[in-house]
Ligand binder design. Structure first.
Ligand code: PGA
Length: 246
């Protein structure tokens, strides 16, 4: 089943979350053949969880720490997220990697903790503009995936991957669907090598300037099993249009 996920980043207070979700649920109806996920900031998880509990829409977090509890000021653990009804966590978003300097090693620990805790992680990977210009797209993506999945290769069916070229995030310039598809195929092949016993349950999402008017172009391709949407997920009308383009 395709997954269309909203990454709100550092947007929306609790009041704004409530307003969004009330109108989004009215517009959405019951999307039977796709999974819809909202990842609000931590401070909105509680209110979102109340509103979404009897709805078809799932709840996720944008980050987590890998220890279950302890002296880790400012961090949020997976049991805390689970208690709020989170079924997903976004791990290794390029903003976490580049602004907060998250290493591949830390991302690997977070993924391992998610799998142990039974929360489905969405691992984000993608090249920077200079990597693409140097012809390093596949190499960068392969390295990120190999390091992220080190020691947990046999669990690929329990996670999803978002391919998000960094130069396409928040710029209004998405990858062409053809370029995205070639990276998605490459990721699928790599997953097959890392986990030959895989049942192919990993969904590979595209993210980076997905909008209502370009979503249809991507969804023509079976290699694209969903989206991770930032800016265009902040308005109920535009996010619903993207959800319905599949
Ligand atoms: P964008 O962000 O849709 O605003 O480009 C996507 C993301 O960062 O997940």
């Amino acid at each position: 089943m395709r997954l269309i996920a909203a990454n709100w980043k550092m947007h929306k207070t609790q009041r704004e979350t409530k307003e969004f979700l009330e109108s989004f649920l009215k517009l959405l109806g019951n999307p039977a053949d796709r999974e819809v996920l909202i990842c609000p900031p931590f401070t909105s998880l509680c209110v979102a969880s109340e509103i979404l509990k009897d709805s078809p829409v799932k709840l996720g977090a944008q980050n987590c720490y890998y220890e279950r509890q302890g002296a880790f000021t400012g961090e949020i653990s997976l049991p805390m997220l689970k208690e709020l009804g989170c079924e997903y966590v976004i791990i290794g978003h390029s903003e976490r990697r580049n602004i907060f300097l998250e290493s591949d090693e830390l991302i690997n620990k977070k993924l391992t903790a998610c799998l142990e805790e039974g929360i489905r992680p969405i691992l984000c990977v993608g090249e920077k503009l200079e990597d693409r210009e140097a012809g390093l797209t596949f190499k960068v993506v392969e390295t990120q995936i190999r390091l992220a999945l080190s020691g947990i290769e046999s669990y690929t069916d329990s996670l999803d991957i978002a391919y998000e070229p960094v130069w396409a995030i928040g710029t209004g310039v998405p990858a062409t669907p053809e370029d995205a598809v070639s990276v998605h195929r490459f990721i699928r092949e790599l997953l097959g090598k890392l986990n030959p016993k895989s049942e192919g349950k990993t969904r590979i999402l595209y993210g980076g300037s997905v909008k209502p008017d370009n979503a249809k172009e991507f969804m023509k391709y079976e290699e694209i099993q969903g989206f991770l949407v930032g800016g265009a997920s902040l308005k109920p009308e535009s996010f619903v249009q993207i959800v319905n383009s599949f």
